[in-house]
Every structure is written in C-alpha cells, then in structure tokens.
Ligand binder design. Structure first.
Ligand SMILES: NC(=O)c1ccc[n+]([C@@H]2O[C@H](COP(=O)([O-])OP(=O)(O)OC[C@H]3O[C@@H](n4cnc5c(N)ncnc54)[C@H](O)[C@@H]3O)[C@@H](O)[C@H]2O)c1
Length: 245
C-alpha cells in the first residue's frame, strides 16, 4: 500500500530538480500525478513512469491555467513548485528582474490557488503545498534580494490561505529548503566568474558539509501530501541541514 494511494496531485515545475523528484516520489507512493512544466522535452521523460501524466503549463499565464483547470476533474493536492533565483542585492536588481521573479515566484501561486481552490472547496477537502525557501523571512541571505522577498511572500500567502480556509477542510503549508543540488543550482554555480570557488562557497555555508538532494526534499513533500500530516497546516517546513540555526 502506498502512502498516497488514490490521491490526485497537480504539480508545477516538474521537469527537473525538486519538482521532478517530487513527481516521481508521489507516483511511487501510489498517487495519480499530473506533472506540469514549460520544458516539453524534459517533461516527456516522465511520461513512461506509471502514475504520471504530463501537461505543458506556463504558470505565469492565467489563460493557460484556466484552460488546464478545466481538464482536472478533482484534485487532492496542489504543489506549486515553480520559482527562479535572481543573484544580487537590491542595487543589482533591475525592475525587469524584480518583476520577473515576483511574477514567477509568487504571482503564479496566486493564479494557481485562485483557480484550483474552488474545486477543493466544492470537494470540502484539499491540500496546498507551496515552495518557499530558507532564503525568505527565515534567514537573510546575501545576493538574494528579490528571491528572498518573493519567498517571504510565499510564506505569507501560505499562512493566509491556511487561516482563511481551515474550517472548509483545506490545509496549506510551504516547504523551505536550504541549498539543494539541482540542475539550476549547478547552472548558477557555472555562471559565476569562478565556478570552483562558487561551489566551495556553497558547500562552506552547509553545516552538514553537503547540499540536500532533491530526493530528500521530495520525501518531506510526500509527508505533506499524505494524510500523515493531516494536523499540519499553516507551517513553513524547513529542510536545510541546520543552515538557519
Ligand atoms: N535548488 C535549491 O537550492 C532550492 C532551494 C530552496 C528553494 N528552491 C525552490 O524550489 C523550486 C524548484 O527549484 P529547483 O532548483 O528544484 O528547480 P530548477 O530551477 O532546476 O527547475 C525549475 C523548473 O521550473 C520550470 N519553469 C520555469 N519557468 C516556468 C514557468 N513559467 N512555468 C512552469 N514551469 C516553469 C523550468 O522549466 C524547470 O523545469 C523553486 O521554487 C526554487 O526557488 C530551490
């Protein structure tokens, strides 16, 4: 018996990194997973996995989200994963960078929840998980100005939805990882002037001496998606190897 048997889970940004690991972990535990992303080629790699169906979805596009929602009859869990890391202080963050990150990291969650929450309310049950970060209201992190601002907003959105709909059978939590070894993190390291130094800087800030794996974060997501966490709502679930200590 799987921990997520019979649950329908919609998730965003499932083509790589934490989203991909979560899609695979959810399916392994018996969920029916609808994995979405804009990266068609990488999303296609998930198609042969039992329990996973894929769907192209740009979470910044309201019309696409509305169209997609018409195809989803019912859902138990909505997992909003999509996000982008801008590198820099406020002085290096141009308005276009600010708008891009706020649009992808937080406005997309507003759009997704606004469209899918009414379905959950009609079912009188629903579970929303949002991807935040330790770089947020939890910890000040250098060169993460707009990223941390947007991820702090994710925590605010999470608590607000949890408080507003707790009596209607809805729970809402967010996941706050520290540094996770994902393709985009590797890309960010490669983009630094001295990638070797950047990697050792990332590792030096880990109290465990290593980064988290996407699979470790996915296991926390399985717990949050399952009924094992039925009494958990409105929480920011930190998984950072002690980084925020
Ligand atoms: N990697 C980390 O260290 C880390 C730490 C804390 C939080 N997070 C958060 O976890 C989430 C996933 O990060 P990751 O590093 O695992 O993934 P990633 O950055 O490697 O992959 C992101 C995915 O999002 C997709 N995407 C980009 N724009 C999109 C859009 N408009 N619509 C739909 N999909 C889109 C990409 O195609 C890609 O598949 C992000 O919200 C990130 O901020 C990551």
């Amino acid at each position: 018996m799987g921990r997520l048997d019979g649950k329908v889970i919609v998730l965003t940004a499932a083509a790589q990194g934490i989203g991909r690991a979560a899609a695979l972990a959810f399916a392994k535990e018996g969920a029916k997973v609808i994995a979405t992303d804009i990266n068609e080629a990488q999303l296609r790699e998930l198609e042969d996995c039992p329990g996973i169906q894929t769907r192209i979805l740009d979470v910044t596009k309201k019309e696409q989200i509305e169209e997609f929602s018409k195809e989803v009859e019912r859902l138990d869990v909505l997992f909003n994963v999509a996000g982008f890391v801008h590198h820099g202080t406020i002085l290096e963050c141009e308005e276009k960078d600010w708008d891009f990150s706020m649009n992808l990291n937080i406005r997309s969650m507003y759009l997704m929840i606004k469209v899918f929450l009414p379905k959950m309310l009609a079912q009188k049950s629903g579970n929303i998980i949002n991807m935040s970060s330790v770089a947020s209201s939890i910890k000040g992190v250098v060169n993460r100005c707009v990223y941390s601002t947007s991820k702090a907003a994710v925590i605010g959105l999470t608590k607000s939805v949890a408080a507003d709909f707790i009596h209607q059978g809805i729970r809402c939590n967010c996941v706050c990882p520290g540094t996770v070894d994902t393709p985009s993190l590797r890309d960010r390291i490669q983009a630094r002037p001295n990638p070797e130094q950047a990697l050792s800087d990332f590792l030096a800030r880990q109290k465990t001496g290593r980064m988290a794996t996407a699979e470790e974060v996915a296991l926390l997501c399985v717990y949050l998606a399952s009924d094992e966490s039925a009494y958990v709502t409105g929480n920011e679930m930190i998984i950072d190897g002690g980084w925020s200590l």
